[in-house]
Design a protein around this ligand. Structure first.
Ligand code: ADP
Length: 200
């Protein structure tokens, strides 16, 4: 199975691009979705998080207070590492199981932190969605109703555009209209299908 790791900064358009691949019947594995699944009530990871951060990390209904957790790990690098050590092996395991179950020629794995975190070994190629910082800031402000400075501080903690593009096998540029993405996705789909047929 050819696994394409799709990455890019916040607001670059990863989800939008993944949806376009999904429209072409390509399966999408999304590590954000898996991260939420493994921290649902009843999952061992949530019990570990509660033990480590205290009961205050949960909301009244017993679900994880994601905003609070995000604030903590954003401000304390040690806590971020602790959480990564807890979640990443579980995320990898779930990804592996999902990939195993697929029968398509290739799949797209959306991994926002592909460059920051060691997920390389799980993908065959890296596809980066690249957008100008200005476009990223405007989109995230609108989508998440956050301030300019909040987006900028998130961006500061992520890999730079240059680093990402330097590591990419393929790049989708998302500085124009959403409609402009379709053609780029269709071209890559053809390329990936050809690569997948060669590797089997
Ligand atoms: P990511 O998953 O990388 O954070 P999204 O795909 O969610 O980014 O895109 C961020 C927001 O910007 C979404 O609301 C999306 O609809 C919008 N968006 C994405 N690409 C474009 C574009 N080319 N023009 C205008 N809005 C866009």
């Amino acid at each position: 199975m050819l696994v394409i790791g799709l990455t890019g900064g916040i607001g670059s358009g990863k989800t939008t691009v993944a949806n376009l691949f999904a429209q072409l019947d390509i399966p999408i594995i999304d590590t954000d979705v898996i991260a939420r699944e493994v921290t649902q009530p009843g999952q061992p990871a949530l019990a570990e998080i509660e033990k480590h951060f205290g009961a205050d990390i949960l909301q009244a209904d017993g679900t994880l207070n994601r905003g609070k957790l995000r604030d903590i790990i954003f401000n304390h690098v040690n806590e971020r590492h602790w959480l990564e050590n807890l979640l990443h092996p579980r995320i990898r395991k779930s990804m592996e199981a999902q990939i195993q179950a697929l029968t398509s020629p290739y799949c797209i794995a959306v991994i926002p932190l592909l460059l920051e975190v060691e997920f390389y070994s799980m993908v065959n190629r890296i596809l980066v969605v690249d957008a100008s910082q200005q476009a990223q800031v405007e989109r995230v402000m609108q989508r998440d109703k956050v301030s300019h400075s909040q987006v900028e501080s998130i961006l500061k903690n992520q890999a730079s555009r240059q680093d990402r593009v330097a590591r990419a096998h393929d790049v989708i540029t998302n500085d124009g209209r959403i409609e402009d993405l379709t053609e780029q996705v269709e071209a890559l789909n053809k390329k990936y299908l050809a690569l997948a047929s060669k590797s089997t």
